[in-house]
Design a protein around this ligand. Structure first.
Ligand code: ARG
Ligand code: GLU
Length: 729
């Protein structure tokens, strides 16, 4: 008995020692080797094989890449997909007009016939993941020239792809991991008839807008519903009214048991890009130069857009999506700078590098091979830095000027013709036409001219070599006043979409003749080609050298820092991350709780406000506490946080409980922890999820779309667990 008590207490101790948050975005097919024990010790009740299996249905079969930029999950046997409101926002916007303002009012299909098709939208399933490192690296040797190495790797990859076994309709692609030290092949299946099923009004789906974005405590119901349609044979098919709702291999159960502090959670999805293994000099540059410059430029562009959007409902609809995209990264970079500064990210990287160097120096073989790596990285980055800063300036500036984009799209027809003749022109035209058609729908020349006027001083104020002489000339002629420079450039037929689209139907000869001579296109082209020659061309070899060094540094870290468990940087491939539900201390003396409720929505409510209005129906439900089976002790849970390590692309990712049931929908990270792409600090890095109970409450009680909830398989794992326990004793 004593021994039992002792080992029990000891066991508890062990658990509390190891029960800290876990960093990392893991490959699902390696969980059984690397993570399963750890996940179980944190409370997971299923096996790695239940999460990823190629032999039987597993959780991975219910998770899709949504359009290539977000994640979605299947939550019914009729192909219903759940993702974020901000992931489906382009579609909601495209279906919106002043008459049917789905952005403002929401949208709910009451039957299949009302579900709205979305051209261009797709979802991709991962069928299997295979390690192809040996085949891809075949013949690669250590001393090889970089360009030879790349050529060989490319050739090997093409070979592996060609020989890959796959079923009809499946695709394969290969990605490098750990800075191209390892390679995995993904076999995928893509569905292209994806219809909009339901969206809450923005005052729920984007409640708190930019003020609350990236911030905890949060009260946003950031979700949208879509449905996959397939051919009669349940196979991928282009849109057709004869397509039928897709029957998935696996759909997630939805748990109404709710979450408590300490509960195990995992997030399954397609994180986009992280940089966990950078040299400290690079991190320092991000904090001191790169992020601040990008923030400053976006400040100026956003001020212009915001001014128009507040005054004009039509412009607001047109520019809502663009504005949200620009402000999202703008705000994240601010959090990143703050977080890296507060956690001494640079100093910690430097300390890590010191340990690395020490270990390398103590081992003769390592010293020969890796002894100069850090030094070389630092030297190469010193070369790269001014060029990369110029690239940041240039891309930030021109990507805000929409007339630049229009001009460059049209100019690409000229380039295609000059390169590949008539065939090149015709091929290019097939992408330019639909691109511009879409683009003009959300283009307002008056707005863009003001953005141009805000961007030009930034372009000019840096007295650097990358300014195009033609632009400098125009600037001088206009007495350094953007407002005097812009009329000439913006007084153009390129502002009129209908005219441009009709023009593109003419013969290639006449099109090319006009495009080559157009003053606006010539102006932006001068800007672009000068940048190309003084920044883009010289940056390539330096970047290649930097990449090669980073690859060696990664390999060296894997070899030398054996007390650390490494995970590959995110690269838009499928990953699993896990952690526990928990609050955190944002700063000294302040403790944040792990969940929010509808009471908090009402606390933030500002009638008629652009960001914090609350729909009347929701206020009524709150007043009558009409929460149905979704409430908990008279309150309605809204959001919660946990220590899952996520990034952009994890939007719409399912948050799963210990059994793999859906408990929430990932959509953001907390302000203090947005630096986790570069440096993860377990004490303050948290991901933010909408509680599954709130989602179902909105669908059922708010929208009256109970038929959608009826499609789902609802479970109460906690009740079942207590019942089981009771039976035992
Ligand atoms: N910050 C989240 C993400 O990176 C949410 C963005 C959408 N919400 C918003 N208010 N813009 O995507
Ligand atoms: N909102 C982000 C997205 O669109 C996810 C949040 C994050 O970056 O962690 O993917």
């Amino acid at each position: 008995m004593k021994r039992f008590v002792f080992s029990f207490v000891f066991g508890l101790l062990l658990i509390s020692f190891t029960a800290r948050a876990d960093e990392g975005m893991w490959l699902p097919q390696l969980l059984n080797k690397l993570n399963e024990n750890r996940m179980k010790s944190l409370g997971m009740k299923i096996s790695a094989e239940d999460i990823y299996s190629i032999n039987r249905g597993s959780l991975k079969d219910a998770v899709v890449s949504f359009g290539g930029f977000c994640t979605g999950e299947i939550i019914s046997t009729k192909g219903l997909i759940l993702t974020n409101h901000h992931c489906g926002f382009d579609q909601i916007q495209n279906h919106s007009s002043l008459q049917h303002n789905y952005i403002r009012d929401g949208f709910w299909a009451m039957n299949h016939a009302q579900e709205l098709p979305n051209s261009g939208l797709f979802v991709t399933f991962i069928i299997r993941i295979d390690d192809v490192t040996t085949q891809v690296m075949n013949g690669v040797t250590k001393g090889m020239k970089e360009s030879d190495r790349q050529a060989l790797v490319d050739k090997n990859m093409a070979e592996v792809r060609k020989n890959a076994a796959r079923m009809e309709g499946q695709d394969v692609f290969i990605r490098g991991f750990f800075e191209a030290n390892q390679y995995y092949m993904f076999t995928t299946e893509t569905y292209r008839d994806i219809r909009l099923v339901g969206a809450p009004p923005s005052s729920i789906g984007n409640f708190g807008k930019d003020t609350d974005n990236w911030v905890w405590p949060r009260h946003t119901g950031d979700f949208t519903l879509f449905r996959i349609y397939a051919s009669k044979e349940n196979k991928p098919a282009e849109y057709s009214k004869d397509n039928i709702p897709f029957t998935p291999k696996r759909a997630l159960n939805v748990s109404l048991s709710g979450v408590e502090a300490g509960d195990f959670t995992m997030v399954f999805g397609f994180p986009g890009r992280t940089n966990q293994y950078l040299h400290s000099d690079v991190v320092k540059d991000i904090v001191e130069m790169s992020d601040p410059v990008k923030i400053m430029i976006r400040d100026k562009a956003m001020a212009v857009l915001d001014g128009f959007m507040r005054k004009d409902e039509m412009i607001k609809i047109q520019y809502a999506s663009k504005y949200a995209r620009i402000s999202n990264a703008w705000k994240k970079w601010q959090g990143e700078v703050l977080g890296l500064t507060r956690t001494n990210g640079v100093a910690k990287k430097q300390a890590y590098e010191q340990t690395f160097q020490q270990r390398v120096n103590e081992n003769a073989a390592w010293k020969t091979e890796y002894g100069n790596l850090l030094n070389d990285l630092s030297k190469t980055f010193a070369q790269l830095q001014p060029l990369s800063l110029a690239r940041d300036y240039y891309t930030e500036i021109v990507s805000k000027i929409e007339l630049y984009t229009i001009s460059m799209q049209l100019n690409s027809l000229v380039s295609a013709f000059d390169k590949d003749g008539a065939a090149g022109y015709t091929k290019r035209l097939t992408t330019v036409v639909p691109m511009l058609e879409d683009f003009y729908k959300e283009y307002n020349a008056m707005v863009d001219q003001k953005v141009f006027e805000a961007m030009m001083p930034v372009y000019m104020e840096q007295n650097t070599a990358w300014q195009a002489p033609a632009v400098r000339e125009a600037w001088t002629k206009a007495n350094a006043e953007a407002g005097k420079m812009s009329p000439e450039i913006y007084n153009t037929w390129l502002n009129r979409g209908d005219e441009v689209m009709a023009f593109l139907k003419q013969s290639s000869d006449s099109v090319l003749k006009v495009l080559r001579a157009d003053a606006t296109i010539v102006f932006f082209k001068a800007m672009q080609s000068h940048y190309q020659s003084v920044v883009q061309t010289p940056i390539n070899p330096v970047q290649a050298q930097m990449n090669a060094l980073q690859r060696q540094y990664m390999q060296a870290q894997l070899e030398v820092m054996t007390d650390k468990t490494f995970y590959p940087d995110a690269n838009s491939t499928m990953r699993v991350t896990y952690g526990q539900v928990n609050g955190y201390q944002p700063r000294n003396g302040v403790q944040y709780d792990y969940y929010t409720t509808l009471d908090g929505v009402m606390e933030k409510y500002v009638p008629g406000d652009y960001e914090f209005d609350v729909p009347e129906k929701l206020r009524q439900l709150y007043a009558t506490k009409d929460y149905g089976p979704y409430g908990m002790n008279g309150t309605m849970p809204v959001c919660f946080i946990a220590s899952n390590h996520t990034t952009g692309g994890n939007s719409g990712s399912p948050a799963l409980d210990a059994y793999g049931n859906l408990i929430g929908l990932n959509f953001d990270r907390v302000w203090e922890g947005t630096m986790s792409d570069i440096y993860y600090d377990a004490s303050i890095c948290r991901n933010i999820m909408v509680d599954a109970r709130y989602i179902l409450f909105i669908i059922d009680k708010y929208a009256g779309a109970k038929h959608l909830v009826d499609e789902m398989n609802i479970v109460y794992p906690k009740k079942q667990a207590t019942k089981k326990k009771k039976k035992k004793y």
